[in-house]
Design a protein around this ligand. Structure first.
Ligand code: ATP
Ligand code: MG
Length: 256
């Protein structure tokens, strides 16, 4: 059975997509069968996987509306070694189009049921909001991975996300868990980041992943080449960290 994880944080630009794409490629490098679902109308995970979002005949949008089956829309990211359910700006309409449909929070869960068995991991790149799209992701997930920067305001945003996860857990998906907090874009030279990082560890204990993702320019360059950072420059510090994170996830699955 596939392990299904949302990469979520309603704060924008915190490293969700970078984490989703590189964890997908990192897990694929560990011989795991991975499906990455782009659930963001920005389509960044799609482009970062080497699939042109402007050329899609169909996307996750049709899958959510039930006018296409997932298997027909999934394509292969050759660059990443994983499968992708892509998205583009069309998906922005889903919020409105889904409102009148039955079980609007469970559309993705229903669509995934048919393909889940083909994978060891399904990763969902969520948009920077706690919208119906994110709720669809949370409804079908076993767990949430929360990338965050070690900044002063990082913890404030976390409260809203944790409350949303609690609500989904109580009303829609009793299996949902927070898997862990991932420290990203970390700069060890900044005292404040070290302090916040230490606070996270003392406050959340083993809910904080051991692996820390450093700020690394190669990770930022990779999307413009349509290649995950771990494949673009595997020797770079950022790529090495995401590969280590993939190994940590596989290890953590054994204890879940
Ligand atoms: P959004 O909320 O818009 O979906 P996001 O949370 O998905 O954003 P990303 O797109 O992954 O965030 O990252 C935001 C920017 O930071 C991107 O330009 C990305 O290339 C860059 N970035 C992410 N992680 C790193 C890193 N570890 N080192 C350097 N740059 C990074
Ligand atoms: Mg993103």
């Amino acid at each position: 059975m596939a392990r299904i994880f949302c990469i979520a944080n309603q704060k924008g630009g915190v490293g969700k997509t970078t984490t989703a794409v590189n964890l997908a490629a990192g897990l694929a490098a560990q011989s795991q069968r991975v499906l990455l679902i782009d659930l963001d109308p920005q389509g960044n995970a799609t482009m970062g996987s080497g699939i042109d979002k402007r050329q899609l005949a169909r996307s996750v949008y049709q899958v959510l509306l039930g006018t296409a089956v997932a298997r027909a829309v999934i394509s292969r990211s050759a660059a990443g070694g994983y499968d992708l359910l892509p998205a583009n700006r069309e998906l922005a309409g889903a919020e409105v189009d889904l409102v009148d449909l039955d079980d609007r929070e469970r559309r993705l869960k229903q669509a995934l049921a048919a393909v889940e068995a083909d994978y060891d991991f399904v990763l969902i790149d969520c948009p920077p909001s706690l919208s119906l799209l994110t709720i669809n992701g949370l409804c079908c997930a076993h767990g949430v991975v929360i990338p965050m920067q070690c900044e002063y305001f990082a913890l404030e945003g976390l409260t809203d996300l944790v409350n949303t996860i609690k609500r989904v857990h109580a009303n829609l998906n009793p299996g949902l868990k927070i898997i862990g907090l991932l420290r990203v874009m970390f700069d060890p030279r900044m005292t404040l980041q070290q302090q916040v990082s230490a606070q996270l560890e003392s406050h959340f204990g083993d809910k904080v992943f051991r692996t820390i993702i450093p700020r690394n320019i190669r990770l930022a360059e990779a999307p413009s080449h349509g290649v995950p950072g771990v494949a673009y420059d595997p020797a770079a510090k950022g790529a090495q960290a995401y590969l280590a994170f993939g190994a940590e996830m596989v290890e953590r699955m054994k204890t879940l």
